[in-house]
Ligand binder design. Sequence first.
Ligand code: DON
Length: 299
Amino acid sequence: MDYNKIFAEIYTELEKIPDTGKIASYIPELGNVDPNKFGVHLTTTDNQDYSFGDANEKFSIQSIAKVLALILAYDLEGEKLWDRVGVEPSGTSFNSLVQLESDLGIPRNPFINAGALVISDVLVGHLKNPKTDFINFVRKVANDPTIDYSSRIADSEKSTGYRNAALANFMKSFNNIHNEIDVVLDFYFHMCSIEMTCKELSRTFLFMAKKGVNTHNNEAILSAAKSKRINSIMQLCGFYDEAGEFAFKVGLPGKSGVGGGIIAIYPGKYSIAVWSPKLNKKGNSSRGIKFLEMLTTEV
Ligand code: DON
């Protein structure tokens, strides 16, 4: 399949459609990114790479990192994890507080901020040096020792992170956060600040198209059964209150971030990362979704 040609053709069509999205500015540093950036990278399960546009430029992967955090937490905590976080689509925005009171502090799923804060708490509880151990895990999966946090972005989010602080405090009142709030938030803000290019992101997530097996060394990052579950959670919850719409339009498990990135997985076939910083009202990349919709509709 000549994906390079297909990408160029789709982009030509995409440019004709006005992008009404807006760059995320509630994290001040994200507001400094050029809104017109656009990159795509696709990696097939037999290791063919296809790139388009700004695919080699780093951006803040934000909530996409929640998938890697979940995978590590699931490995460390096992099935007990699901006592503290659900696997149901929330139908609410990513940073919503509303369901937590009636759900007694148990977030609906691990990808809304509340759920990712519980996952962060699990990791802080298990790991000796949480931030170092987590980035080392990401580097191992990515087969790239240079992947790193951006302290600039983590600090920027910390300076305005009142909602996440509210979520963590509220869940602690239900005893679903076990560690110090500041430590959990610091871990969470760093986890969200990881920077990657589309190429790095696509290659990092290829194992999710290969039943959990890391292409670089043929080691299992997680079992086939667990990788099925993580893909299912991405399919149902990866786009918050736009998850149904994304499934309807694109038809693949995926995860978005407010940096404008999206990772999507075609099990058995490929992983694909798209980056376009302008977001729709649900906080997901508007052009990124449209691009993937056009791709999976066409081929
Ligand atoms: O907690 C936040 O608001 C951000 N660090 C992450 C949010 C995010 O990426 C939502 N995804 N579209």
